[in-house]
Design a protein around this ligand. Structure first.
Ligand SMILES: [Zn+2]
Length: 438
């Protein structure tokens, strides 16, 4: 019933208005949000059981009657995985004729393909527009979006969101930062949407050659460390807001608010679970797409590791928050140093002078000892001793727990220095590898 009610409400009260969607969506009581989710979930399960070969097969294998499924846990260990998307034909997931396809590549294997209709792209963009509106984007603003285009979705979602908001928008793929910088004045861009490392490069140009009046920066894509964020904010003197999403999630699945303390997730269009949380609550994010009908994903294992922030946000929004993504489950290496994620080493290495962008950290084993080996390319003739000293200092200062485990003899640090170009790794380099027992 709620599904029908929601639809009627959205049509008659909210219509196409993004401000109304924000006003309505921000303060919905939790019990109503949960009702909308449960209703959407039941609808989706019935729909997909009848139309999606993959899901119907899973139900049959597990002997589950879809009419009895009310909540994700009723599906037991039925999940959809990135490997399923990669290895099975699209027809196994498609429930109706698509208009659009986007791809995403992981750290290993071929691309995953996700199909949509135009309506679904516009619908996603509506919620993306709401998040942008909540963060201060208004008619009259001028947005430059440099999310990678090609077969990726985020540039299109941002473009369609800007269309909804009726703001000027250049979605230009991912050019060299200098190309965008050279047009900042000409087109009077005051909102930038881009990947974190691209923003750092743009900011380095602006630091030397001057900035422009920018009121808001939206970042998504690769990881934004606190150090990157503080640097970019200090150059442009405006907030950097993080978005969260992926092609499988149809672009945006959540965004920070101006408090910048956790990501508000779009609980109207997704049901999120956190699987097997550890003592601190961190576990793998699992998502069900409640609103899509072309290629819905049921309990999709995103592999991102995060935890719920249970306290209500001071911004007043009732949709829940998760902590910043800690890493990808398939990139985590459990070893003597602790639970290691690539992000740890990004934070240790980003300001070490004299090494190239290509680096890798390996967990190895020597006899009974775990070794954490930094493989670094020297870029400007700096001495290996200086680099090693700086890496040790950063690790000790930024990750005292990891450092302490070394003092306790739980692992040893090692360094290997290589000539430039030795570690060149392509679009999504594998930053952290586990080479024990191999
Ligand atoms: Zn908030």
């Amino acid at each position: 019933m709620l599904g029908t009610l929601r639809k009627a409400f959205e049509r008659t009260i909210i219509g196409d208005s993004v401000p109304a969607l924000v006003r309505w969506g921000k303060h919905v009581p939790r019990s109503v949000i949960r009702g909308i989710q449960e209703d959407g979930f039941r609808d989706l399960i019935r729909y997909a059981a009848a139309r999606q070969k993959f899901f119907a097969r899973k139900l049959r294998e597990k002997g589950i009657d879809p009419s009895h499924v009310r909540r994700p846990e009723d599906l037991g260990d039925i999940f959809t995985t990135p490997e399923d998307l990669r290895n099975l034909p699209a027809e196994d997931f498609l429930c109706r004729k698509p208009h659009l396809v986007f791809e995403t590549t992981g750290t290993s294997g071929g691309p995953k393909r996700v199909y949509f209709t135009y309506d679904e792209l516009e619908f996603t963009a509506r919620y993306e527009a709401a998040a942008m509106y909540e963060n201060g984007v208004r008619p009259g603003d001028r947005v430059v979006c440099t999310f990678d285009a090609g077969y990726w979705i985020s540039s299109w979602v941002t473009f369609c969101a800007c269309k909804r908001l009726e703001v000027f928008c250049s979605a230009i793929g991912k050019p060299h930062p200098r190309e965008a910088y050279s047009r900042m004045g000409l087109y009077r861009y005051n909102v930038i949407a881009a990947d974190p490392t691209w923003l750092v490069s743009l900011s380095e140009i602006a630091e030397k050659e001057g900035t422009f009046p920018v009121k808001l920066i939206l970042a998504a894509g690769d990881r934004m460390t606190d150090v990157y964020r503080e640097y970019v904010e200090s150059i442009w003197k405006c907030p950097v807001i993080l978005g969260y999403g992926s092609t499988e999630q149809g672009g945006g699945a959540g965004m920070e608010c101006q408090r910048r303390d956790g990501i508000h997730l779009d609980e109207y269009n997704f049901w999120f679970e956190i699987l097997e949380p550890d003592a601190e609550g961190y576990g793998e994010l699992v998502v069900t797409t409640l609103s899509r009908r072309t290629m819905p994903l049921i309990r999709y294992r995103v592999h991102d590791v995060t935890r719920w922030i249970e306290d209500p946000c001071p911004c007043g929004a009732t949709i829940r928050r998760v902590a910043r993504i800690k890493g990808r489950r398939d990139e985590m290496v459990v070893m003597g140093a602790g639970n290691m994620y690539p992000e740890i080493f990004e934070r240790v290495l980003h300001d070490v002078a004299g090494i190239s962008e290509n680096w890798q950290v390996a967990a190895r084993q020597e006899g009974l000892h775990d070794i954490l080996e930094f493989r670094l390319e020297l870029s400007n003739g700096i001495s290996t001793g200086t680099v090693e000293q700086k890496v040790r200092e950063n690790l000790k200062a930024r990750f005292p727990d990891v450092w302490a485990n070394q003092d306790c003899g739980m692992y040893r640090l090692a360094f290997r220095f290589l000539p430039p170009g030795s570690l060149s790794q392509g679009r999504k380099p594998k930053r952290l590898v586990d080479e024990r027992n191999s």
